[in-house]
Design a protein around this ligand. Structure first.
Ligand SMILES: [Zn+2]
Length: 59
């Protein structure tokens, strides 16, 4: 659900901020796929950050 507010990632004020969980990618040495670590805390991100960084929207 989009709302008006401040983005927790870039700190911009704007429309279209969505609650989600950030995902940290931890690259492994060699040919393994990166590890995805879902953060348990809720954040609110703007559209721009959602197109740039990995995340998981709420169900
Ligand atoms: Zn942002």
């Amino acid at each position: 659900m989009e709302s008006i507010g401040q983005c927790d990632s870039c700190a911009d004020e704007g429309v279209g901020v969505v609650a989600l969980h950030r995902i940290y990618l931890t690259p492994e040495a060699g040919e393994q796929a990166p590890t995805m670590a879902l953060q348990p805390s809720l954040e609110r991100w703007c559209f721009s950050c959602r197109t740039s960084y990995p995340h998981q929207l709420l169900d």
